[in-house]
Design a protein around this ligand. Structure first.
Ligand SMILES: [Zn+2]
Length: 491
């Protein structure tokens, strides 16, 4: 129960681990690919056999710098590699190559749009590069096994300042970050494939009687869905407040410090794991096998130039320039290639709204079925523009356009060729349409009479007659033209 006299302010920071979308691992040439048979993408380097030497993946360093720059971070002129020592079954060499005191990027900012239209600025403390660990597999018939395919995959750890104050803000920050790393091509950021994982830090600042009480900080480890993130943060806020109410003097950060907890998706509760490790527990020391990274100006400039328009800026441009609704603009800026497709179709002469309607109706339905983005369903700018123009000029109607849309995805025929071959072109031959209209009037004297009288039933009768003509033409008539002729004959 919330005591009306208490002011409870959640203080939330978030570590986000992002697996980078590289061909190979961080320090060896093993494939970086999800879903391969266990332990098929491993070599002496990534499982830490004695005498091996790691070699840095240039692409991973570039992608990390790109994310850092897009977050407005300073990119370090010198950064080095450190060994973080711990013993765990999914880390056979007993240390992880990471970055300790000289992270690649630091001191940035992410502007996070919230549902109510406000924006929350979340400061980025640092973003450093490291290698992922392997994975324990617990559901084998023989017991637990270790899959080391993931060991050595490049991992960017982005650490925020504790600037978020609610479940909604934490979730919005995580979603904004997902969109950004996808946009930059840095990561597929697919939650089901573990490309992106969250570790929130949560405590409460409770003001009672003019005094601020701080609860112990809890870090919830390894959350791999937005739902778990939201659930864990919400649970911790409730749990910590209840625990503090029972023991206001003892349940404090001064007395209890920090701890790690896990989250149980089934119960929606967090469970105690262990007291939180401090840096000295890891016995960090510089990795003697790797040289420091010192990006020169030309390299940094080339990466900066590759960033281009960021997603939120593009969303605003779509609203201003293309007159899209927020929802439409938002849907088209989930990833850069989808937005690029729209821009290219508009550049080819199509009306933006028509393109967006096509992309968000059939396009997004197909993308959903296939679990991919709209840009990945096989749509090219030229045919998309052509179809939008045909629709706009009334050469095809919406039903025909949906059919053409599906058939043009394989790229073998243009929309015009498909429309001609499938008989989907709208019939605009006035004589032919007029004949259908005459037939509909003759067959439905009651409805025609209602329209002529212009009473209460006129509107419904008019719609009915239009439908009859469309049916007679098997959808080939242009509805606007049908209505014009009907109005002329019955007006
Ligand atoms: Zn390897």
């Amino acid at each position: 129960m919330v005591d009306q006299n208490d002011i409870v302010l959640p203080i939330i920071g978030l570590e986000i681990h992002v697996e980078l979308d590289t061909q190979t691992k961080m320090f060896c040439r093993c494939r970086n690919r999800f879903g391969d048979p266990p332990n098929t993408n491993v070599c002496p380097v990534c499982i830490g056999m004695p005498g091996v030497l790691p070699v840095m993946n240039r692409r991973a360093v570039e992608l990390s710098m790109k994310v850092g720059m897009a977050l407005g971070c300073q990119v370090a002129s010198v950064t080095k590699w450190d060994r973080k020592s711990y013993w765990y079954p999914d880390l056979p060499k007993n240390y992880q190559i990471s970055q300790y005191d000289l992270p690649l990027s630091s001191n940035g900012l992410l502007e996070v749009p919230l549902a109510d239209g406000a924006t929350k600025a979340v400061r980025i403390l640092r973003a450093h590069l490291e290698e992922d660990a392997g994975k324990n597999v617990h559901d084998l018939p023989s017991g637990t096994g270790v899959d080391l395919n993931r060991a050595g995959v490049p991992l960017l750890e982005i650490v925020s300042q504790p600037d978020m104050n609610s479940v909604e803000e934490a979730a919005a920050y995580a979603r904004t970050m997902q969109r950004l790393v996808r946009w930059l091509g840095a990561s597929l950021a697919n939650m089901q494939m573990g490309h992106m994982r969250f570790e929130p830090n949560i405590n409460l600042h409770i003001t009672r009687g003019g005094k601020v009480h701080k609860t112990p900080i809890v870090e919830v480890k390894n959350l791999n869905s937005f739902r778990s993130l939201e659930g864990a943060v919400a649970w911790e806020i409730r749990r910590q407040y209840a625990a503090w109410q029972e023991d206001p003097e003892g349940f404090t950060i001064e007395r209890q410090g920090k701890q790690n907890r896990g989250y149980d998706d089934a119960t929606g509760q967090t469970v105690f794991q262990r007291g939180k490790e401090e840096a000295h527990d890891y016995r960090y020391f510089p990795d003697p096998d790797l040289v420091s990274v010192q990006p020169d100006q030309a390299w940094l400039q080339a990466i900066a130039d590759s960033i281009g328009e960021l997603p939120l800026a593009r969303r605003q441009r779509y609203i201003d320039q293309y007159r899209l609704t927020f929802k439409e603009a938002d849907a088209l800026t989930q990833d850069a290639p989808t937005g690029d497709l729209l821009d290219a179709a508009v550049a080819a002469g199509a009306d933006p709204k028509r393109c967006v309607n096509l992309m968000l109706s059939r396009g997004s339905a197909i993308a959903n079925e296939r679990g991919c983005s709209i840009a990945q369903i096989g749509l090219s700018p030229a045919p998309l523009a052509e179809l939008a123009i045909m629709l706009h000029s009334g050469q095809v109607n919406a039903t025909a356009a949906a059919k053409i849309f599906d058939l043009m995805l394989d790229g073998r025929q243009t929309p015009a060729a498909i429309a001609a071959e499938q008989g989907l072109l709208a019939v605009t031959e006035a004589g032919e349409v007029e004949a259908w209209v005459d037939a509909a009037i003759a067959a439905n004297p009651q409805a025609a009479g209602d329209v002529r009288e212009g009473g209460k039933k006129a509107k419904k009768a008019f719609g009915f007659l239009t439908g009859q003509v469309m049916q007679a033409s098997r959808g080939a008539a242009n509805p606007q033209q049908v209505q014009e002729i009907l109005t002329r004959k019955l007006g």
